[in-house]
Write a protein that binds this ligand. Structure first.
Ligand code: NAP
Length: 308
């Protein structure tokens, strides 16, 4: 008979890895399933400067790899390239569907994070991987002495635009308003960086090229004038959508499809918890995800003590 885990953690970003560490130390039989490789979006961040304990910052990959090693050290089992397609509750067990097989657990933590968005405009699908990217850390080095555009005005857009200036000769930031959403410290760095030009109040309308990105066309939202800018790459940082499709219909979601929980991170389904960027919380940060992962793990341990 297939074994029953005390807990299955779905998602291997900072929230999931922290939950795995805590569950391992609580001597729970713990399985973490990750659809790609552990680390999540944080692993694709060049430098994380606001996670405490690293005064000079730490690379996103390095930080999350350390989290993974720490979880493994305390006995968590981590399976990568395992995408969960469904979640069910039956006979006081939670059934996690992977490759058409149900894996049984007494409790589940959903820590599936969020995925970055793009725009549904001409050129995005055509030039994906040929100049259109959502990961400056992965693709930035291809743009040495080239011109790139970053779309968005939040922390990700500004951080990654600054990162791209290490390679590119010029970086446009195309933002739809006349004010950035990014933290003030990032805005200060941006103003000091001569390679960056902000295209204010503008919407990206199309991406043009011949086999690869060559130009973007933006429209000023006040004047409706359209302007072309020659670029070699376009990086989208316009926010993200939570990876919660697989649990829709079971777990309660808010209007933006983030998971609603109580203070102990428990969802409307007893024994099913959520933490990190997929949860309806105020702040999407590694520090927050880590705290929520720990809280969900303790919540799950308590649930087993009282119910299972
Ligand atoms: P975000 O904070 O949601 O910002 C998205 C940006 O894209 C906003 O400036 C938004 O414009 C713009 N935008 C959204 N939809 C758009 C559209 N359809 N067309 C054009 N522009 C659009 O997303 P994020 O920067 O990816 O960050 C996600 C979360 O992670 C945030 O909570 C952020 O603080 C956090 N984060 C933190 C750090 C850090 O602390 N160092 C680093 C990265 C991310 P408006 O401003 O007009 O809404």
């Amino acid at each position: 008979m297939a074994e029953t885990y005390d807990i299955i953690i779905i998602g291997g970003g900072p929230a999931g890895l922290t939950a795995a560490l805590y569950c391992g130390r609580a001597r729970m039989k713990t399985l973490l399933l990750e659809k790609a490789t552990a680390g999540g979006q944080a692993a694709t961040t060049d430098l994380i400067e606001n996670y405490p304990g690293f005064p000079d910052g730490i690379g996103g990959y390095e930080l999350t790899e350390k989290m993974k090693q720490q979880a493994l050290r305390f006995g968590a089992e981590i399976q990568e390239i395992k995408e969960v397609s469904g979640l069910e509750v039956k006979d006081n067990l939670r059934l996690v569907k992977v490759d058409d097989i149900d894996i049984k657990a007494k409790t589940v933590i959903i820590a599936t994070g969020a995925e970055s968005k793009t725009l549904d405009i001409p050129g995005v699908a055509e030039f994906r991987g040929k100049g259109v990217s959502q990961c400056a850390t992965c693709d930035g080095a291809f743009y040495r002495d080239k011109v790139v555009a970053v779309i968005g005005g939040g922390n990700s857009a500004v951080e990654e635009a600054l990162f791209l200036t290490k390679f590119a000769s010029k970086v446009y930031i195309v933002h739809r308003r006349d004010q950035l959403r990014a933290d003030k410290i990032l805005q200060e760095r941006l103003q000091a960086n001569k390679k960056i030009e902000i295209v204010w109040n503008s919407h990206l309308k199309k991406i043009l090229g011949n086999g690869k990105v060559e130009e973007i066309v933006v429209e000023n939202k006040n004047t409706h004038d359209r302007t072309g800018h020659k670029v070699d790459g376009v990086f989208f940082y316009i926010g993200s959508v939570p990876n919660t499709g697989f649990c829709e219909g079971l777990v309660e979601l808010d209007e933006r499809e983030f998971i609603i929980t109580d203070e102990s991170m428990q969802t409307n389904i007893p024994g099913v918890f959520a933490s990190g960027d997929c949860r309806a919380n105020l702040l999407k940060q590694v520090a927050v995800a880590v705290g929520e992962g720990a809280q969900a793990a303790v919540g799950a341990e308590k649930y087993i003590e009282e119910n299972a």
